[in-house]
Design a protein around this ligand. Structure first.
Ligand SMILES: Cc1cc2nc3c(=O)[nH]c(=O)nc-3n(C[C@H](O)[C@H](O)[C@H](O)COP(=O)(O)OP(=O)(O)OC[C@H]3O[C@@H](n4cnc5c(N)ncnc54)[C@H](O)[C@@H]3O)c2cc1C
Length: 382
């Protein structure tokens, strides 16, 4: 290790930003050098995408600039990471090779619409920031027909988000007075709405969408998309406007480097370690199995918790202390109702012998907490 240890963080999302800030808040630049690399120079809280879709936000007023990190003596490099070399303890970007003493991989999940034939030609990607204003315009002008919201692969980011999207879209159409002439169909490959949250919460989410006349079609495994038609394994369905949640995969550089099998995510445990000394992985790029067929959901709140866990353990190592912590698996995801209230799915993965989840009442207080959640992240990380 050189005199000042160098922590390199790949990806400036929830995981990378929480880790970078946690380390810098404890150790000054004379104790640790921190470099964060991302191919884009902005960060947005995922749920703000739905506010751009419903027109209460614009892209420009929803982002934080990664260039601001320099103020905290966190070096920011805007570049694409093309190789991770665990044995040589370096990474390569398009323009340089960077050595590290500690590496935090927080590169998120990649949206892969190309995996579903016909999707890119015939439907919108609900999670792609470049398509949000177009989706908004479509929803502002549609007057009749069928809107399909379709989950096209598991796991995907923020399991409740597509349901929340359906409720916010319902509200938009109600306000425009066209809801009665538009059908909203929700298709999922899963047997229940939110398998990760269990059958009770899933039933409550089902009741929530049904009460707004959104029709949930379970076990709908997509094969392809044609002009105004979804082709499932054993049926098909018509639509006029398709909003898809495409399959998610790990960035290519992850499996090129041998950290995961093709398209798979990096397997971690609660210590977020990889098989390589001082190389950690957090957030959506990972898979942390909690119980049979159940992994920690891909959500910012968990990426943040894992980022802080890794940061604390790196701080401890730099200070030559022996204490270490494990990711606590606690968090909550908001679901807005479209009626100026929100509920929270509270999750506790590890305290009891099996993961527990609970859906709170939908209140205006929770909606304020959701707004505050975003403000807090943008102000403490930049
Ligand atoms: C509509 C929507 C609503 C959501 N709502 C919630 C919510 O209410 N609560 C919640 O907790 N979560 C929510 N999420 C999920 C949340 O946004 C993600 O789970 C979270 O962003 C994951 O954090 P991460 O750090 O693992 O990855 P990301 O935030 O995706 O960050 C990864 C970063 O790595 C960069 N990167 C990747 N590959 C490369 C490369 N080769 N070179 C350089 N840079 C690279 C990317 O540019 C990106 O900035 C929502 C997501 C969406 C889409």
């Amino acid at each position: 290790m050189s005199n000042i240890p160098h922590v390199v963080i790949l990806g400036g999302g929830f995981g990378g930003l929480s880790a970078a800030n946690e380390i810098r808040n404890s150790l000054s630049s004379s104790k640790v050098k921190i470099t964060l690399i991302d191919k884009k120079d902005w960060f947005m809280v995922g749920f703000a995408k739905l506010w751009i879709i419903n027109g209460t936000r614009t892209f420009e007023n929803s982002i934080g600039s990664l260039n601001e990190l320099e103020k905290k003596e966190i070096n920011f490099i805007k570049d694409e990471i093309i190789s991770i070399n665990p044995e040589k303890k370096n990474i390569e970007t398009k323009s340089q090779t960077i050595s590290f003493d500690f590496l935090i991989i927080s590169m998120g999940a990649v949206l892969a619409p190309q995996k579903i034939p016909g999707l890119e030609e015939n439907g919108f990607n609900l999670y792609d920031h470049k398509q949000l204003s177009q989706i908004h315009e479509k929803l502002e002008t549609i007057t009749s027909g069928k809107i399909a919201i379709s989950i096209m692969g598991m796991p995907y980011k923020c399991p409740p988000a597509p349901f929340e999207a359906s409720l916010l879209i319902d509200a938009m159409l109600r306000k425009r007075g066209v809801r009665d002439s538009i059908q909203i169909d929700f298709y999922s490959p899963a047997p229940i709405t939110l398998p990760a949250a269990g059958p009770d919460v899933s039933k409550q989410i089902l009741d929530m969408v049904n009460s707004e006349k959104i029709v949930f079609h379970n076990s709908s495994k997509i094969k392809s998309v044609k002009h105004k038609k979804l082709i499932f394994e054993d049926s098909d369905a018509d639509f006029d406007l398709l909003l898809a949640i495409p399959p998610h995969i790990a960035p290519k550089v992850i499996y090129d480097s041998g950290l995961a099998k093709e398209s798979g995510f990096i397997q971690i445990d609660r210590d977020c370690k990889t098989p390589f000394e001082n190389i950690f992985a957090v957030g959506d790029v990972t898979s942390l199995i909690v119980a049979e067929n159940m992994a920690v959901p891909k959500a910012g709140i968990f990426a943040e918790g894992e980022g802080i866990t890794v940061a604390k353990n790196i701080i401890s190592k730099i200070q030559s202390k022996s204490d270490s912590v494990l990711f606590d698996g606690k968090g909550g995801c908001f679901i807005e109702s479209g009626r100026e209230t929100a509920s929270v799915i509270e999750v506790d993965m590890f305290t009891n012998d099996k993961p527990s989840t609970n859906l709170t009442e939908s209140t205006s207080d929770n909606l304020s907490k959701k707004i505050e959640f975003e403000k807090e992240r943008l102000s403490k990380w930049f």
